[in-house]
Structure formats: C-alpha cells, structure tokens
Design a protein around this ligand. Structure first.
Ligand code: GDP
Ligand code: MG
Length: 299
C-alpha cells in the first residue's frame, strides 16, 4: 500500500455568530489576514453577510460574518438583520459562536437559545474572546460554565485583537471542513464586488468619524463604479433619514464629508492598487428603514 503524498484539500464554510461588539469582524479580519469588513466601537455596523476567505495550500475555509442579532424587533431593519443572521447558518459546516471573557450577557443567552435549536448535526465551537481584558483565574470558571450550559464541541479562549490562540481556533475549525476543491481564487479576498468593498469602506470611515453621532439609519450606495487599468471612478451616495443627520454627516463647511472621502479614497487606492476618484453625496431618504425592499438593494 502506498500513502498518498498529497492529501486532498478541504473546502467548507464556518459561520461566525455573536452579539454586536463581541469581536466578530476583528476575528475574521485577523483570520484571513486582510481587512475586508468593518470593525468599530459602535455595535451593529456590519449589515451585510460578508464572506472572508481563508486560503492555504491545505484548503480553503469561507468565513461568514453575520450581522448583529438584535433583541428588539420593532423595526423592519432589525427583522431584516435577524433573518439575515440566521440565513447565514444554512449550509455551513461549523458554527463559531463568539462570547467574551466578561461573561454571558442576556443577549448572549438569547443567541444561545437560538443556537441550541440548530440542526443537531451542525458542530458548535465557542470562542471566548477578549481574554486580554481579564485575569486568568476568572476565566476558568467561565469556561466551565459555558461547557456545562452549551456543550460545544470545543471551547477556545482567544483574543482576536491581540491575536492570541487564533492558530488553535483555525486548527479546530479545519477539522470540520469536508474534502473539496477550492472554489475561490486564492488571490480573491471576498466574493463581494468591488462596489461592495467601496461601500463598506465609506461606511467604516463614516463610523469612525462620526462616533456616537452616527445615525443608525444610514446606508451607503454606490451609484456608479467605472474603472480602467489605472483609475477607478466611484460615485457614492450616503442615505440618511433626516435633514439633521445630513448636516451632521456633511459637517461644518463640508469638512467632515471631505475627510471621510479622502480617508476612504486612500484605502481604496491601496486595496484596488490603482488611483481612485471618489465623489460622495448625502441624501435624505425618509422612511427607508421601514421598507425592506429598498433595504435589500442598498449597498
Ligand atoms: P463585532 O460587532 O462583533 O463585529 O465586533 P468588532 O470586531 O467590531 O469589535 C468590537 C470592538 O471590540 C472593537 O473596538 C474591537 O477592537 C474590540 N475587540 C475585538 N476583539 C478584541 C479583543 O480580543 N480584545 C479587546 N480588548 N478588544 C477587542
Ligand atoms: Mg462586525
């Protein structure tokens, strides 16, 4: 008998689940080694299900980032996010549920209930994030409590930010990946279009610049995107709900919008590896958060 010198590659999907602000985006960014989606101090900035692609010679793992799972369902926007979050679970090979070392909050518990209702065949790995923020002795009882309550296949304490134990997490996740050929270019960071990346970057810069002033009901739409070998021309539309939000986004004398645009442009130039001309407009679109159809079409 001969041993096959080249083992078959793996290919599969891992969903990253967790309440807003647990560190999902930070984790995915570090796992795939490139920044493709938004991180910020403000929760709920990731509206879309972003696919990050972890590629190595041994195989490929697609990381599905989910939008925050919300407690309040009063508005269509939140219902939409909820549904999108659970759709991310369909067809994945493993669920990574992020908690933090601070303990299990009420919101975590609610997600835990939903996770316990998942298909029994779907393996669960719980990553306890932000271990850099607490003392080790406090961590052990928490891990025991999580094990008892949710009985995951594995628990891994990590720090997404400080990149602690991420190798271990990766190694665990690989075990759940079926054999399969890679389905994405190894060069490709995301299966989303460049338009999407542009919108995400603009949104991220807005989030950073506006901080607590950022209206929750804000969307970025790319109206046009044209490129040639050396230049990309992008027209972005920032949609807000009220005129007062519009002036916040624009800032005194247009300073804020200008600075958002210039920061986004610089990052997009690096990402696309070409010159970028970015024009941004702010428009009031009253009532869009309650119109699910228009939400689906927003970039
Ligand atoms: P998401 O809402 O789950 O996607 O969370 P983010 O990835 O946007 O992270 C929310 C905040 O937590 C950001 O300010 C991160 O820098 C911070 N954060 C993420 N991981 C860690 C960690 O391991 N340690 C610490 N101290 N902060 C973290
Ligand atoms: Mg996020």
């Amino acid at each position: 008998m001969t041993i096959d010198p080249t083992p078959k590659p793996y290919f599969g999907y891992a969903a990253v689940i967790g309440r807003p602000n647990v560190g999902k985006s930070t984790l995915i960014n570090h796992l795939i080694g490139e920044k493709i989606n938004i991180t910020s101090r403000k929760p709920q900035t990731t509206r879309h299900q972003v696919l990050g692609i972890f590629s190595e010679p041994a195989g490929q793992m697609i990381l599905v980032d989910t939008p925050g799972i919300h407690k309040h369902e009063r508005r269509t926007l939140n219902r939409f996010m909820n549904r999108a979050a659970w759709q991310a679970l369909a067809g994945v090979n493993v669920v990574v549920w992020l908690l933090t070392a601070e303990g299990i909050s009420e919101e975590d518990q609610r997600i835990g209930e939903l996770i316990q209702q998942r298909n029994e065949q779907l393996p669960l790995v719980i990553a306890v994030n932000k271990i850099d923020q607490i003392d080790k002795p406090l961590l052990l009882p928490l891990l025991a409590q999580i094990q008892e309550r949710y009985a995951p296949e594995h628990i891994v304490p990590i720090s997404a930010l400080k990149q602690l134990n991420l190798d271990r997490l990766q190694q665990l996740l690989r075990q759940f990946m079926p054999i399969g050929a890679p389905q994405f270019d190894t060069e490709q960071l995301t299966d989303r279009s460049l338009r999407f990346l542009a919108a995400e970057r603009i949104r991220e810069k807005l989030t950073r610049q506006l901080g607590d002033e950022l209206p929750h009901e804000l969307a970025v739409q790319i109206e046009s995107f044209t490129e040639d070998a050396t230049l990309a021309r992008i027209h972005g539309l920032i949609l807000v709900e009220r005129a007062s939000q519009k002036s916040i986004v624009i800032g005194k004398g247009g300073e804020r919008l200008k600075s958002v645009g210039s920061q986004a442009r610089q990052e997009l130039e690096q990402l696309f590896d070409k010159k970028v001309m970015l024009e941004l407009w702010v428009k009031v679109k009253t009532g869009w958060t309650d119109d699910e159809r228009s939400l689906t079409s927003l970039g």
